[in-house]
Every structure is written in structure tokens, then in C-alpha cells.
Design a protein around this ligand. Structure first.
Ligand SMILES: CC[C@H](C(=O)O)C(=O)SCCNC(=O)CCNC(=O)[C@H](O)C(C)(C)COP(=O)(O)OP(=O)(O)OC[C@H]1O[C@@H](n2cnc3c(N)ncnc32)[C@H](O)[C@@H]1OP(=O)(O)O
Ligand SMILES: [Co+2]
Length: 141
């Protein structure tokens, strides 16, 4: 498997609205996409475009959100995960499992509408890593 494009950097926040204001007013973001809920993944999501990737702002959605634990430890939020693109999500899952890394659950639809999975941070040098099947050519990034 080859290291693919950095699709986004996930940033957990207690308030997407406050983080949008920060990226717009302090960081000078020009394109902030409409926030949307991903109930199946327990997060509210907002993508902020940078010239070569995106910031994915994530806020807990529901009692079982997987980011409650992270925000309990980091109440102001923080860098949560990185996401790389792969051409074939199933091949990538087999690759990481063969390397002895813990793939968390089965591939499921992520925020860009393609299949994703996560690899446990303890097996990834401390970085929670999301692997995402590349959008079809021509889709918005
Ligand atoms: C999918 C929609 C969207 C998209 O892009 O498509 C998203 O990206 S949604 C993102 C939110 N969803 C997830 O994060 C799902 C995967 N995450 C998990 O399953 C958990 O967060 C998990 C298992 C990584 C951590 O579980 P928990 O929060 O309960 O923490 P633990 O105390 O069990 O942590 C164990 C160990 O891992 C360290 N840890 C936890 N979170 C992170 C992190 N974000 N980055 C780095 N390290 C992390 C934690 O400190 C513990 O380390 P230890 O050395 O044992 O103290
Ligand atoms: Co993500």
C-alpha cells in the first residue's frame, strides 16, 4: 500500500460554531462548508477548505459519540485524527490487519460519502488514523 493524499485533519471541538468563527476570523478560511449531522457516526461535522486539504471540525452528537472521551480529556478540543485516501478500502483493511494494527470495526460510510475505517492510535505512533476510500474522480474533495 502507498501513502495516499491527506484528505483531512480531524479537529474535535465542543462547539462547531465557535471553531468556525476561529477558522474564518483568525485563520482566514475562505470556504467553510455547511455543518451537517452524521448520527450514525455520533458527530456533527463541518469541513473547512485549505488550499491542499481540509480541516474536519467534529462536535459530539448524541450520548454515544466516540469523541466524548477525547473532549473529557481535552475540554477545549484539539487535533483528533488524520485521514488518508486509498484506492481500495478493503485492500487497505487487509494491509493494516496484516501489519498487526487494530482496525476499529468494519468499513462504514464516512463524512465524504465513501467507505472509511479507523486504526487504533496505539498502533499508529499515537495518531488516530482514518483511512478513506478516494471519492470518484470529479467528486468535490
Ligand atoms: C466517520 C465520520 C468522520 C469522517 O471523517 O468520515 C470522522 O472522522 S468521525 C471521528 C470520530 N470517530 C472516531 O474517532 C471513531 C474511532 N475512534 C474510536 O473508536 C475511539 O475514539 C478510540 C478507540 C480511538 C479511543 O477510545 P476512547 O476515546 O474511549 O479512549 P481510550 O481511553 O479508550 O483511549 C485508548 C488510548 O488511545 C488514546 N487515544 C484516544 N483517542 C485518541 C486520539 N484521538 N488520538 C490519539 N490517541 C488517542 C488514549 O489516550 C489512550 O491511550 P493510552 O496510552 O492507553 O492512555
Ligand atoms: Co474524519
Amino acid at each position: 500500500m502507498k501513502l495516499g493524499r491527506l484528505n483531512h485533519i480531524g479537529v474535535a471541538t465542543p462547539s462547531i460554531e465557535q471553531s468556525i468563527a476561529f477558522y474564518r476570523d483568525v485563520m482566514g478560511a475562505e470556504t467553510v462548508h455547511m455543518p451537517f449531522d452524521l448520527p450514525a457516526q455520533g458527530v456533527k461535522v463541518c469541513f473547512v477548505d485549505t488550499p491542499n486539504t481540509q480541516i474536519e471540525l467534529i462536535e459530539p452528537l448524541g450520548e454515544d459519540s466516540p469523541i466524548h472521551g477525547f473532549l473529557a480529556k481535552n475540554p477545549a478540543g484539539g487535533q483528533h485524527h488524520v485521514c488518508y485516501e486509498v484506492p481500495d478500502i478493503h485492500e487497505a483493511k487487509t494491509w493494516f490487519e496484516a501489519k498487526g494494527a487494530r482496525v476499529l470495526g468494519e468499513p462504514r460510510i464516512g463524512a465524504h460519502g465513501t467507505l472509511i475505517f479507523f486504526v487504533h492510535p496505539r498502533d499508529m505512533g499515537g495518531v488516530l488514523t482514518e483511512i478513506m476510500e478516494s471519492p470518484q474522480q470529479g467528486d468535490e474533495h
